[in-house]
Ligand binder design. Structure first.
Ligand SMILES: NC(=O)c1ccc[n+]([C@@H]2O[C@H](COP(=O)([O-])OP(=O)(O)OC[C@H]3O[C@@H](n4cnc5c(N)ncnc54)[C@H](OP(=O)(O)O)[C@@H]3O)[C@@H](O)[C@H]2O)c1
Length: 458
């Protein structure tokens, strides 16, 4: 017998429109779910594809959706441009929960900003909030981490969770494009917003990582409190060094891991080895890797990951599929205890490691005015800070590469005076490295701020 479910939708953009289409086209029917849209909120109903045929379905009052007497589930797929918008959207979600509706959301920014109040309300009202589409778009990751793998003891969760950044880095790596060219191409193809800062600066990936860290380790992290670095300063030559000298490439990785009971979390471009599967995830594709202690079995031969989830990290259709997967799950569970809010999941970590205490081996790219004794001076500073140098890498460069590294006006150096090279460092802390680089930056031969990236380790 089919289960009937009535759905109200907050939002009628790319994802909202796709959710509406899939419901109307009976995409859950093969599993016996007879879904119907009862109301859609948008500020601008005119011009929405279904407005012409069904104007009565649309409203400009969100409370007509959250309080709709027939709605069982409210799907929240709103965009937002600032804290006030998120606050209003939180009020709508809370209203839906108080009216006895479960909520399915794709809005990670909302959960990161107002998760506490939303989970508390959900618990008080005995309603569920599901958010599969918030991380990895169409990749099923929240369900596996919270249900299929619930008996695992998490060691690490990490991956490529921002398609825009991964597309840009892939273009730079494979086609030798500059950062600016690759970004322009991402924008032309609709992979990047006109204002790409949240994507290329790592804020979007950070929001997703906070949700992943929360469901994996029970860790409550604030935006801005973890080590976050964008991809804007990566240069095409960094891929040459990573590939020719480091047998690897550069990927923007979001990572949370249990390091001896302390949680390490970061979003940063990293040098990753070619033989790690993450190096082969290209373009806008997303991937989330999970490492568990049980499946790892303590084997010294175990790899860097035990499970990997790969798929479309964005797109209206893929995201709508994830949203409706949550709807299906809610229908299948109706009458059961509601899906547990994030914070009740067992933690396994007792503290969060401060940014300066994060430890890694590092890739540091210098651009200096060529003169004798420079490498010795730099290594001396590292030595003073008890940082061991591992290798020094140098490649031949074209005049164009050299000039683009220094940028207009910096030091007035001619191309034959510009010398880039890379120093790799044995494991040290972010704090120690920063102190050393601050001292090196004062040297008059430094033509550009050194770029430093962690080198991947499990
Ligand atoms: N697109 C993806 O691939 C993707 C993937 C994963 C998650 N998400 C998330 O899903 C949500 C929707 O994304 P989308 O791509 O569908 O965005 P979108 O196309 O921009 O649509 C957003 C909807 O919210 C409405 N809206 C925007 N700002 C609003 C505000 N301040 N107050 C009230 N309504 C507002 C929009 O305008 P109108 O009111 O004028 O209709 C529209 O209906 C976002 O939270 C996004 O992060 C998207």
């Amino acid at each position: 017998m089919a289960s009937r479910v009535h759905i109200g939708i907050l939002g009628a953009g790319t994802v909202g429109g796709a959710v509406h289409d899939l419901i109307v086209n009976g995409h859950l029917a093969r599993f016996g779910v007879d879904a119907e849209v009862v109301k859609v909120y948008t500020r601008t109903p005119e011009g929405k594809p279904r407005y012409g045929t069904s104007p009565e379905l649309f409203t400009t009052d969100p409370y007509e959706v959250t309080g709709h007497p027939d709605a069982d589930i409210v799907v929240e797929v709103l965009g937002a441009s600032g804290p006030d918008d998120l606050c209003a959207q939180k009020d709508w979600v809370v209203d839906a929960l108080r009216n006895g509706k479960s909520v399915v959301t794709a809005n990670k920014a909302l959960l990161v900003a107002h998760g506490d109040e939303i989970w508390t309300t959900a618990r008080e009202c005995n309603q569920a909030v599901r958010f599969e589409a918030c991380v990895g778009g169409g990749i099923p990751i929240i369900g596996p981490l919270t249900q299929s793998l619930s008996a695992e003891r998490p060691a690490a969760v990490y991956g490529l969770v921002n398609g825009t950044s991964n597309y840009i880095l892939t273009e730079m790596a494979q086609r030798g494009r500059s950062y600016g060219d690759a970004l322009a191409s991402a924008q032309a193809l609709g992979y990047a917003e006109a204002d790409p800062d949240a994507d290329v600066g790592g804020r979007d990936a950070e929001a997703k990582l906070l949700l992943l860290a929360s469901i994996t380790f029970g860790a409550r992290l604030e935006p801005g409190a973890i080590h976050r670095k964008g991809i804007e300063r990566i240069h095409a030559i960094d891929f040459l060094y990573a590939a020719r000298k480091g047998r690897g490439t550069i990927k923007s990785v979001a990572l949370a891991r249990n390091a001896g009971g302390a949680l390490e979390a970061m979003v940063t471009p990293m040098v990753v080895p070619d033989d790690h599967f993450i190096a082969r995830i290209d373009g806008v594709t997303n991937a989330v890797f999970f490492k568990g202690e049980v499946s790892d079995g303590g084997s010294p031969d175990a790899g860097d990951w035990d499970y990997v989830f790969v798929g479309p990290g964005a797109g209206g259709g893929a995201t709508a599929v994830a949203v409706l997967g949550d709807v299906h799950e809610l229908v299948a569970r109706s009458g059961d205890t509601p899906f547990l809010p994030v914070e009740s999941i067992v933690s396994g970590v007792s503290s969060v490691r401060p940014e300066d205490d994060l430890r890694a081996s590092f890739y540091v790219r210098f651009v200096v005015r060529d003169q004798s004794g420079i490498v010795g001076e730099i290594c001396q500073v590292f030595g003073d800070k008890q940082i061991n140098v591992s290798e020094i890498w140098q490649l031949e460069h074209t005049e164009e590469e050299l000039e683009s590294l220094v940028g207009a006006g910096k030091g007035g150096a001619a191309s034959d005076e510009i010398l880039p090279f890379v120093i790799t460092l044995e494991e040290t802390s972010v704090g120690q490295l920063r102190q050393a680089l601050e001292r090196i930056a004062q040297k008059d031969f430094v033509l550009a701020e050194p770029l430093w990236l962690p080198v991947w380790r499990a």
